[in-house]
Design a protein around this ligand. Structure first.
Ligand SMILES: NC(=O)c1ccc[n+]([C@@H]2O[C@H](COP(=O)([O-])OP(=O)(O)OC[C@H]3O[C@@H](n4cnc5c(N)ncnc54)[C@H](OP(=O)(O)O)[C@@H]3O)[C@@H](O)[C@H]2O)c1
Length: 455
């Protein structure tokens, strides 16, 4: 048990909140004292700090009823006794504590606060990794591609990185680049862009890949929607990824949150504090990023038809993609048809049904366990995951399955050498049940919540 002092508490309270925590802990601080050893170096989780026990039970109720957090993911404690840090006590706060394994703990200690701040420097002062050494002979990877409306070419297949812990993310991206992946889907809110950047950096240095072969996507997080913050949001990602330009930068969600250090700002009742910034204003600032050559293309994510229409009307530069949840249980047929007419590419996220999403419930159907998908997998001698990935590719949707497991990274990539028959595609089409695994329903009151409309 380690004695905790005011300084370390302040550090805890400043660690940015991470949206996709694995575990939820509610601490009711009753005073000054000790904290369990692991607390500043535990698995990613939310730490909720209510002022009273009554508030603690309210938070728990909100988590279980509104946010669908399984009860067994919530742990309570009153372990900090005699706490006198009144500043902390005054605000009910939600924060994140990272890394559980000894290795991850060690890395966390090495990661000084100042390292994080370095990334706020202008990009031009950072060592960028756009070019490999002169004597580099990079093996070219063959990959089906799609031409975007602005003329750039996007691979049909890439690696997702949401929820990849820092150490695993670096290894996974390195492995993926070795295997032949050329597109990596990143986001500031995934809090692992530095690790992804390291992997890209090292792979370029080792001549595994050239920057010009890569297609790197990042996303403007919701707290950066105010037009004057868009540039810094993009620069932060460039800095973390150690790149001088992105291939594609997209608005992560149409919903803005209150700007500030918290990636998800909460009010005293545990509700997300939204902002009223109109995404059309955000879009105009996104266009400036293209003019500044910080990104080649710009696009959207989680936008519905009407929201895209509003962007379309004011855009000097039209969005090239809309990245949305898409798998056999939510095939996005109508949105896809609309996007096709506009010349916007639908990029399929959670193509395997996001089986490890933190809010998963045992009773929810699992795409990878679907009997028909399993049968098609059996008949084609493939895995259910390969069937789901191939399904998107044959529909013309670039697809970004996530894995940090080397064998899965390899098998997910091996989807070019088989084809699903028309009949198999039809069977998969019929599995649609409009089931959204990433509904962000706690934001359903936000004025720009995208999922009230049919598509
Ligand atoms: N724009 C947005 O709002 C948004 C939202 C969600 C996701 N995304 C992007 O889309 C990416 C993919 O979506 P996702 O991460 O939600 O879910 P997903 O790709 O559908 O599923 C990923 C999960 O499936 C597991 N998995 C991977 N390959 C597998 C295989 N062959 N067999 C069995 N399990 C396998 C992974 O485990 P291991 O890692 O342990 O192998 C991981 O837990 C994200 O990582 C992110 O980049 C974007």
């Amino acid at each position: 048990m380690k004695k905790i002092n005011n300084n370390s508490l302040k550090i805890i309270s400043k660690i940015p909140f991470r949206q996709y925590s694995g575990e939820y802990r509610i601490f009711h601080f009753t005073g000054f004292g000790n904290t369990p050893k692991n607390d500043r170096c535990g698995e990613i989780r939310k730490l909720l700090i209510p002022k009273t026990l009554g508030e603690a039970s309210k938070i728990r109720d909100t988590l279980t009823s509104k946010d669908n957090v399984p009860k067994n993911a919530i742990k309570s404690a009153t372990s900090l006794k005699n706490l006198t840090n009144t500043a902390l006590l005054k605000s009910s706060s939600i924060t994140t504590i990272t890394s559980k394994t000894p290795n991850e703990c060690a890395e966390k200690k090495l990661e000084k606060k100042s390292d994080k701040l370095k990334c706020l420097r202008p990009v031009s002062r950072i060592k960028l990794v756009d070019e490999p050494p002169d004597d580099c002979n990079v093996r070219k990877a063959e990959m089906p591609t799609v031409k975007l409306r602005d003329g750039y070419v996007m691979p049909m297949f890439g690696l997702g990185t949401w929820g990849a812990p820092i150490i695993k993310a670096e290894k996974a991206v390195k492995h993926a680049l070795k295997v032949g992946y050329r597109m990596i889907d990143c986001a500031h809110v995934y809090e692992n862009e530095e690790a992804v950047g390291k992997a890209i950096n090292k792979s370029i240095e080792k001549c595994i890949v050239k920057r010009e072969e890569l297609f790197i996507i990042s996303k403007l997080w919701n707290t950066f929607h105010e037009p004057h913050l868009v540039l810094s949001g993009c620069q932060q990602s460039l800095c973390d990824l150690k790149l001088s330009y992105l291939n594609l930068y997209i608005i992560h969600w149409p919903m803005g949150y209150r700007a500030g250090d918290d990636l998800i700002p909460y009010d005293a009742c545990g509700r997300v504090i939204g902002s009223r910034v109109d995404y059309t204003e955000t879009w105009k600032a996104m266009e400036e990023l293209v003019e500044r050559r910080l990104t080649r293309s710009i696009g959207l994510s989680n936008f519905n038809k009407n929201q895209i229409e509003r962007i379309w009307k004011i855009a000097k530069i039209k969005p090239v993609v809309n990245q949305v949840e898409c798998h056999p249980y939510l095939n996005q047929k109508r949105l896809k048809a609309y996007l096709k007419k506009k010349g916007i590419v639908l990029v399929a996220y959670s193509p395997l049904g996001a089986p490890a999403r933190p809010w998963v419930r045992k009773d929810e159907p699992k795409v990878l366990d679907d009997n028909l998908i399993k049968t098609i997998a059996f008949n084609t001698g493939r895995t259910p995951a390969q069937v789901c990935i191939r399904y998107q590719i044959q529909r013309g949707n670039p697809v970004i399955p996530k894995s940090v497991t080397p064998s899965r990274i390899e098998s997910n990539f091996d989807v070019a050498s088989f084809e699903l028959s028309d009949q198999e595609m039809k069977i998969l089409d019929k599995l649609d049940r409009k089931l959204r695994f990433v509904p962000l329903s706690q934001l359903s009151n936000h004025p720009h919540y995208p999922f009230h409309d049919a598509f």
